[in-house]
Design a protein around this ligand. Structure first.
Ligand SMILES: C[S@@+](CC[C@H](N)C(=O)[O-])C[C@H]1O[C@@H](n2cnc3c(N)ncnc32)[C@H](O)[C@@H]1O
Length: 216
């Protein structure tokens, strides 16, 4: 039996601060690898968007000018940098310090949900996908850019396996071993379009990616 979806995020003062600083410093580099795919899946977003796990604001640049973003971001150590980034990009920001498994928004209340590098980290990705589907209006769009398990029996997959424990410890629960393609495809969306791709970074376990959209 699967464990129930968590209601709270266990913030860690040391790793929380480290990850906030890490994504602030490395965000440009990571985004350089993902930019082409993000530009495609985040194109044409409406002015009002919900983002799961906004971190320090890697995706604010893809929102339309004057956008209103509801950021589902339970890690308090991300909030100051996220607010700073929102001011920089002219985004009206509303932070909700809740987990993606229990979003405090009504059913069918938004047209667009986005995420990047989050379904690897949340405790229950299936519960988060169910919440995304719940808050989207019929026809609404979930746009995502995530990293995933590499092809079976490949050197990258082997490294993902070997490094899984220290990686998850440093990056607050992040798993490089999730088959998010199947999970998103079977999450009950009306239609799903997923594009697998590979980046070439020295963080080898992180190099297998998907980007796509799912329509509620
Ligand atoms: C690897 S960071 C990615 C941040 C940002 N989206 C990016 O692309 O740089 C993962 C983010 O997910 C957040 N997160 C972790 N668990 C979560 C949960 N259960 N619900 C929502 N967000 C969560 C973390 O606080 C962190 O900001």
């Amino acid at each position: 039996m699967s464990s129930p979806a968590p209601q709270e995020f266990a913030a860690n003062p040391v790793r929380g601060r480290f990850n906030s600083a890490f994504f602030s410093v490395m965000g440009g580099y990571i985004n350089w690898h993902m930019h082409q795919h993000k530009s495609t899946v985040f194109a044409g977003l409406p002015r009002s968007v919900v983002e799961i796990g906004s971190g320090v604001g890697a995706n604010l640049r893809y929102l339309p000018v004057g956008a209103h973003l509801i950021a589902i971001e339970p890690n308090p150590y991300m909030h100051a940098r996220l607010r700073h980034a929102a001011r920089r990009y002219g985004v009206e920001l509303e932070i909700r310090s809740v987990v993606g498994e229990r979003i405090d928004l009504p059913d069918a209340s938004t047209d667009a949900v986005i995420s990047s590098l989050v379904l690897c980290t949340v405790e229950h990705p299936a519960a988060v996908l169910a919440e995304i589907r719940r808050i989207l209006r019929p026809g609404g769009r979930f746009s995502f850019a995530e990293h995933v398990a590499a092809k079976p029996v490949s050197p990258t997959r082997w490294l993902q396996r070997i490094l899984r424990r220290p990686w998850a410890w440093v990056f607050e629960g992040c798993s490089c071993e999730r088959d998010l393609t199947d999970l998103i495809a079977s999450a009950g969306f009306m239609s799903v379009d997923i594009n697998p791709y590979r980046i070439h970074s020295p963080f080898v376990p992180f190099n297998a990616h998907i980007a796509g959209t799912a329509i509620a």
